[in-house]
Design a protein around this ligand. Structure first.
Ligand code: GLA
Length: 646
């Protein structure tokens, strides 16, 4: 009986194998990554290639050739929908030999449903390929990531011999989930509200210009109680001008009134040795126009700063980046090129709007874009900029590498900035000194010592999630070096229409990524330099840049900038102390799907009941004890203020 049963079972199993199983076996398919539709592959340079490197050569890693694979470039994201049908992913990864030995540096990562399944460590040109073999069973969505770190040059990355074993179906490369561009910032009230910095530094004898930033319907009338002698206020424009001669602190009460009401706000004026007591806020031409900048575009940016109302939220500087320079005249004075026929006239125009104006140079013979730079003309250049009326100088490093020793030590790195500092100290004008040498020699440790008001801590930003988030979150630990008058600068903002050329286009950052960008830069006390075409600021971008409660975090007079207080995988909490005894806290989600992020009082050094206020929505959420937890979207943030409950 038993035998009969088992022989029946065996023949049934055989029958099953002959009927159902062959179907199943045939469906278990091996699929090359390069055979998929590659349109959804995101990368920061070049185009993805099937079975070829990003430069179109046969795939080759560490001398090994591959027939199949995906040739991409850092930073790169491949999003795959597997629907739990995958079994295994295998590949050999590395930097393509086309870049040469030792060049490029990338990290490959395989992420399944938000869990890191495999990571390569840093690989460079010439390194042997690293072999991947990961189990995909149960995985719904898979990410193949290539991270170039700060700098993506030569990061030609190959997913060679990359293939999936599928139980059934084929993987599909999918686009990032669509996100609506929701404006969180409430519309500004028509009643007067005074915004912007509450503390302002000026040096004795320097021309004073401070514009009262106030939102609300016009016409508006301004007044100021306790304005020191030497300063006058224009009651219609809110521009305070003049000169202070004594080192002293003055507490001024600013007043604004319109048909709907009136308001007051305190301003502390500190006449002393330090300017930029809060991080500079303004615009810079580079991320939108690069070398396509001109006098007309700068004037248009200044006009738009006023016309869009951004000036009413504290935005002040209009900065010309590279590409304005020409040669020198017979006396060695720098000349502007034909795109800038009248630098003094331009500066006067920008000042007449209540704004300030900035410029760019380099300590070498040439700027980064190959224009005339300041080497051995530092004193003359500082004088010229001051005569023209400039208020901000971004001072790069480019081509100074040819002058400095091959492996520059700290003294060599500091030298060009000390020389320019000394030159700036001789001019009767306050000029914000912005160092731009990408963080070499841990500039944050000595930037203040050479008299920098801010210093770039990283290479150039681009408008991608990996660039912006890598740079922004990479600032952890730098907070101890920043403070009033001297700030870490993780580079300019990449929101709105950018493009580094005559052809601007909307930023590639998704809406939540842009909220992360602005929140993080405010927490970090970074200079806030809008990098977009100011004549095309759309409603979403305007919302991002006019939230006074968010900007107050950046401009907090205490000047204590945020550090990371907690990290749990993609979840990070950053916090800074504010002057009023409260804390600004950012709950960030660097992961690929919505998740809960918790800010624990124990991480924030808090006790008891605290009132939590959502700064983007400008709304109290309520009292919380012990911790505050929020659901945070992919690549998004919840930015709150936490203050003791009364
Ligand atoms: C460097 C800087 C950029 C920009 C260009 C100008 O790359 O980092 O921000 O100023 O030079 O050439």
């Amino acid at each position: 009986m038993k035998n009969t049963w088992s022989s029946f079972a065996a023949s049934a199993a055989l029958l099953f194998l002959l009927t159902a199983a062959p179907g199943r076996l045939a469906a278990a398919e091996t699929v090359w990554l390069s055979s998929l539709d590659l349109h959804g592959v995101e990368q920061d340079w070049g185009k993805p290639h099937a079975d070829q490197s990003v430069d179109g050569h046969a795939l080759s890693i560490g001398g090994q050739m591959f027939e199949h694979g995906l040739g991409t470039h850092a930073n790169s994201t491949v999003r795959l929908a597997l629907h739990g049908q995958g079994e295994r992913f295998t590949a050999k990864v590395g930097v393509d030999d086309e870049v040469g030995k030792g060049r490029g540096s990338v990290t490959f990562q395989v992420v399944g449903d938000d869990k890191t399944l495999w990571q390569s460590g840093v690989l460079r040109g010439g390194d042997a390929p690293k072999e991947i073999g990961v189990d995909l069973r149960g995985v719904q969505s898979l990410l193949l990531l290539v991270d170039g770190g700060d700098d993506i040059s030569y990061d030609h990355a190959d997913w060679a011999a990359a293939q999936f074993v599928m139980a059934e179906g084929r993987p599909q490369i999918v686009a990032a989930p669509a996100e609506p561009a929701v404006v969180l910032t409430p519309k500004p009230s028509p009643k007067p509200r005074i915004n912007g910095a509450g503390v302002f530094g000026v040096r004795p004898g320097a021309p004073f210009l401070f514009t009262i930033a106030a939102s609300g319907d016009r016409p508006m009338a301004f007044a100021a109680d306790g304005l020191p002698s030497g300063l006058t206020l224009d009651a219609h424009t809110g521009h305070i001008t003049g000169t202070l001669h004594e080192k002293a602190e003055y507490l001024v009460t600013l007043r604004a009134r319109n048909a709907l009401g009136s308001t007051v706000r305190r301003l502390k004026i500190v006449c002393g040795d330090t300017i930029a007591l809060t991080p500079p806020m303004g615009w810079n031409s580079w991320n939108c126009f690069a070398c396509d900048v001109s006098d007309a575009k700068v004037r248009a940016a200044a006009d738009a700063m006023v016309g869009s109302g951004l000036i009413n939220h504290g935005w002040t500087y209009i900065n010309i980046d590279d590409c304005w320079e020409d040669g020198r005249d017979a006396e060695g004075r720098i000349r502007s090129n034909q795109k800038f026929p009248d630098m003094k006239g331009l500066a006067d125009y920008v000042h007449s709007l209540g704004l300030k104006i900035g410029l760019y140079s380099s300590p070498g013979l040439k700027t980064c874009a190959g224009y005339e730079a300041s080497y051995q003309h530092e004193v003359k250049d500082a004088q010229r900029w001051a005569e023209w009326g400039f208020d901000y100088i971004k001072y790069d490093w480019c081509s100074y590498g040819d002058i400095a020793p091959k492996n520059p030590g700290h003294a060599d790195l500091m030298k060009p900035y000390q020389v320019m500092r000394a030159a700036l100290d001789e001019v009767p004008r306050d000029i914000v000194f912005s160092l731009c040498q990408y963080g070499m020699g841990n500039v944050w440790e000595w930037g203040a010592r050479v008299g920098g008001n801010c210093w770039r801590t990283t290479g150039d930003i681009t408008d991608t999630w990996s660039s912006m988030s890598g740079i922004g979150f990479g600032q952890a630990g730098h907070e101890q070096y920043a403070g009033p008058g001297h700030w870490n600068d993780p580079d300019m903002l990449v929101v709105g229409y950018v493009g580094w050329s005559a052809n601007v286009r909307p930023t590639h950052l998704k809406p939540n990524e842009q909220y992360t960008h602005i929140s993080l830069w405010c927490l970090l006390g970074a200079p806030l330099l809008i990098g977009c075409d100011m004549t095309r600021v759309d409603e979403f971008t305007l919302g991002l840049l006019t939230n006074d409660e968010v900007l107050d975090v950046s401009q907090d007079p205490l000047g204590r900038t945020a550090g990371r207080v907690a990290k749990d995988g993609p979840r990070e909490v950053w916090a800074r102390d504010l002057e009023d005894g409260s804390k600004a806290v950012g709950l960030f989600n660097r992961g690929e799907s919505e998740t809960k992020v918790t800010a624990k009082w124990s991480d924030l050094g808090l006790n008891g009941k605290q009132i939590v206020r959502d700064l983007w929505r400008q709304m109290d959420i309520g009292p919380f004890a012990g911790q505050f937890e929020a659901s945070v979207p992919r690549h998004g943030v919840v930015l709150v203020k936490v203050a003791p409950a009364k």
